[in-house]
Design a protein around this ligand. Sequence first.
Ligand code: ADP
Length: 678
Amino acid sequence: MLARLIAGWRRSLLWTALLGLVLALLATLVWLAGRYEVSQVQERLERDAAGATSDVRAALTRNVQSLQALQTLQGAEGSTATWVLQADALLRNQREWLRLEWRSAALLPLAHTDSPYRPPAFARLGRSNAQAEVALACANARRISGPAYSASYFLPQNDGMGLEAMELCLPKIEAGQTLGYVVATYSLADLLAERVGRHLARNHEVSFTEPDGTRLALHGTARRASRVFTAQQLLDLPGNTLVLRLDSWRAAPDLFPNVLTALVTAMSMALIAVLVLLAKDARRRLRAERDLADALAFRKAMEDSLVTGLRARDLQGRITYVNPAFCDMVGFAPHELQGQANPAPYWPPELTDEYQKRQAVRLAGQHVPPREGFESVFMRKDGSRFPVLIIEAPLINAQGLQTGWMSAFVDISEQRRVQEMQRASQERLQATARLATVGEMASLLSHELNQPLAAIASYASGSLNLMADQPKQLGSDHHYFEMLHTALQRIAEQAQRAGKVIQSVHDMVRRREQRREAVAPQTLFDAVMPLIELQARKLQVQVQLAVDRPLPRVLCDRSMVEQVLLNLARNGMQAMDAPPDLPRVLTLHARPVDHTHREAGPPRWLAFEVADTGPGISQDVAQQLYTPFFTTKAEGMGLGLSLCRTVIEQHGGILGFELRQPRGTIFTFTLPVVPDDR
Ligand code: ADP
């Protein structure tokens, strides 16, 4: 948890740092681009200023040369007119000059001429006003024996305006003697207008200033804007130093000063957008990763907690995955199993061939393994064998292609052991139950055999009595033989019955499949009626037999069912024994069982009823009725009803009783109808 928190913190810190760095980089880039552009503009301006300065300087030098040419005319007497003519010609070419003068060595004006392009410049104040500047320039010129300039000065004009002028003095020196001077008066504004390129004047303000920044002359008009760029160049003239200044305005501050900056900005924005998208993508990935990790952890926990072994194989039969349960099952470590092909280490050597064939069939995809799995035998690392249940399913990847087989294994040795134990205990239980029944049967046997034996005894004593009378009646009475014959027949029947009773007990003990046969209900009654009637006569009971016709046959073990009928009849008759004055009627009845509302067609079951007019069965007795050895009779065994129920239930039927109105009890049991008779 903590580690995840720290990792999350670190990740967000890294992202913040990255974002910060990118923003800083972009800001720097934009700033640098802007600065680069400013420096470009400044540089161009500097270049222009330098160019303009050198243009002006070249023009000044050319002018000095023209003046030197003019100077050659000076000196000779009468040359004044020629000089003026020449000077006029010069003035027409050079608009920056206001006036040209020829002065003597003592600086006295000898000749002069004014620029034809404007009214005489000194008309208002007079030339003497500028005498100091001329004197200074000429003194300088004399000293350096070359052209020298004066400081500029303001020259008011008649039109109320004024102009900044500057004197150039060029001495004529021959053999160390100063013979005279040519003085040219420059108009600084015109100098700029004439000698600075026109293209510059269109976009810039060109001006001469003093070194301290005082503006002297101005030329050109530039569109004023918020940001001014300035370049200055020194124009160092002998005697005067001027500063040529170029001013240029730009609309600044501009967010996108030019295409470069705009491009950089656009790219920066694109970069930020990409960064944002990347961050979103990373977050999505992170979430997916976390979900995946959770799912993986969940799956791992599930696999580890499984008691079912899991194994995956690729299409070549190599093991690609085993879970811990599988390793525990076979006793091999995962690395001993993974990558293993045939034969697998857990295959018992004696079964390898069979398993190999099975695997070949599986890998060929010809046979789909049964969904409920199949059983096999594996070998542990220690060599012991154990049975497993294998459930196999094809391994399908995300593209829907089969990449192998996934198998689940359940170790069924424990299950087998439990099954075996259950079977053994079941057998033991059954044997015990049979033994218990044997005890019951043995007791019953003595009970049951009493009847036929008593009957045999009574028939036998009857026969003996008849035979004792024989000398008197023999030969004369046909009836006598008939009675004897019947008695002997009955003895034979009862002896047979006793034999059958013993046989059925024997069968029960041996648990042989009971012999079921199809018997008509009437036949069953016929078999037991003589015995019932024998007892009925003794107990003065009236027996009624009612068999509905036609009735289908029932499927039963005949002698056992006869035994049940006998038992129930005997119980009924014994119950009626107590009060001598009440009617004693035993009713035997066979009928089809009523259909339930769902069934239709012929009956499936027959019901046999044995009804008496006895006292009925009290609650207390009813509770223990079927308990072995429960009896209310002095000589009773208490086994009859429990045995009857066992017999009927073995036939699939039920035995029950209900009270009869106004007196008595009705015992009912059911038996299945023979399918063919339905
Ligand atoms: P036994 O006849 O040897 O006593 P049974 O298991 O046949 O053993 O009967 C158990 C008891 O159920 C009898 O002792 C008797 O009290 C009672 N009983 C059985 N049948 C009837 C009947 N028809 N009427 C009243 N009581 C009965």
